[in-house]
Design a protein around this ligand. Structure first.
Ligand code: ATP
Length: 356
């Protein structure tokens, strides 16, 4: 398995790109650890597949270099990069048995039969497929076929990385959960470098050690699920991760005070921001307390979703969402306060930390 270096990579599909908008991938400059499990997460069109295809070699970047373990592979074909890929729809041979489907990529590379047998059996075992070994793939369900596709990705232990492009889209919800947990376990056990594209945050957060959040052709944050939740680097991350997403309220900053409409809150430090910057306060619905003290709230709607209630209303003339526990009281004359540990400040959509 390999460390993957994305060295100032940019990509434009059209000829003669001039502005950042012309790039499907603006600038990606990161190093991904050997043996890491990374999920590329973001909305449709943000550049996930473009980045994955650059890593696999299906696409040559317009600028920049790709390195595996320090070796420049930018000009190498997919085959020469030695990676395994699992696509959205299963790629298997219907007329072959499950065993032969798994053996195929190894036979292709001239691996000895005894070694093939050992590796195929091990992979069948890992994926709980041993009892199907002799069955023809034809007639299996979409779930079962995708499991075989995963097996074909996992059977080679010499690959630099395994790339997954929305591999669970065709899988039913229960099986999705099972396969995801299985992949995570396999990763922990065998330490493959995995890159997994998805637009489903649950999938990304349960699968990956590091979630790579993409937005408009940029990586806006790479972090653990906790980091993305507690300290979103960009307002988009706050909005995209978490359900409901983070409240983003425009605010004027004066020293360590933020004025939101008629209300003033203490942000605990005096940030340095350019006077022309658009400043906003981000606070997750879970960090707002409702009670009889604090700033006035006009409650518009309360949604009971079982273990929690979602309160939607207006605060200082702006829409706001608050999460309260199932047994939380919502007084008629409700007031709110912000938990200081949950307050984030943004300037032109990027988080400004205390360290600045
Ligand atoms: P999705 O989740 O819908 O697959 P994505 O995040 O994978 O989206 P990409 O497929 O990488 O996004 O697309 C990024 C941008 O590049 C989009 O604006 C898309 O329209 C554009 N794009 C993708 N492929 C091509 C292509 N072959 N030619 C021209 N533009 C393309």
């Amino acid at each position: 398995m390999s460390r993957i270096t994305l060295d100032h990579i940019r990509h434009a599909y059209g000829a003669n790109p001039t502005s950042p908008k012309d790039y499907a991938l603006r600038e990606v400059n990161h190093e991904w650890t050997d043996g890491g499990a990374y999920a590329l997460l973001g909305p449709s069109g943000c550049g996930k597949t473009t980045l994955l295809n650059i890593i696999s070699g299906l696409l040559h970047p317009s600028h920049g270099r790709l390195l595996f373990d320090g070796r420049d592979v930018t000009d190498l074909s997919t085959q020469d990069r030695n990676i395994a890929q699992v696509f959205q729809f299963p790629v298997i041979y219907d007329t072959m048995t499950v065993y032969d489907n798994l053996a195929f990529p190894l036979r292709n590379r001239g691996v000895k039969e005894a070694e093939i047998d050992r590796r195929v059996r091990e992979t069948l075992e890992m994926l709980d497929l041993s009892s199907w070994a002799k069955r023809k793939a034809r007639g299996l369900t979409a779930d079962q076929k995708q499991k075989i596709s995963l097996g074909r990705g996992l059977v080679r232990n010499d690959v630099s990385a395994i790339l997954f492009d929305e591999p669970l889209t065709v899988i039913d919800p229960h099986m999705k959960w099972v396969l995801r947990s299985q992949l995570k376990r396999l990763h922990q056990q065998f330490g493959f470098t995995m890159v997994y594209v998805t637009h489903d945050q649950t999938e990304a957060l349960t699968f990956a050690d590091k979630v790579v959040v993409m937005y408009e052709g940029q990586i806006v944050q790479i972090g653990t699920p906790d980091e993305l939740f507690d300290r979103p680097s960009h307002t988009f991350v706050g909005y995209f991760i978490g359900s409901p997403g983070m409240n983003v309220l425009s605010a004027d900053i004066d020293g360590s005070k933020a004025r939101i409409g008629a209300e003033i809150i203490d942000i605990g430090f005096a940030p340095k921001v350019a006077p022309s910057a658009k400043t906003e306060i981000g606070i997750r619905p879970e960090f707002i307390r409702i009670g009889r003290e604090g700033m006035p709230l006009q409650v518009a709607k309360v949604e009971d979703i079982g273990r929690r209630k979602i309160v939607r209303g207006q605060f200082s003339g702006k829409p706001i969402t608050i999460v309260v526990p199932e047994d939380g009281d919502i007084p008629a004359d409700a007031r709110i306060s912000f938990d200081p540990t949950g307050i984030n400040l943004y300037a032109d959509s990027w988080r400004v930390g205390r360290e600045v």
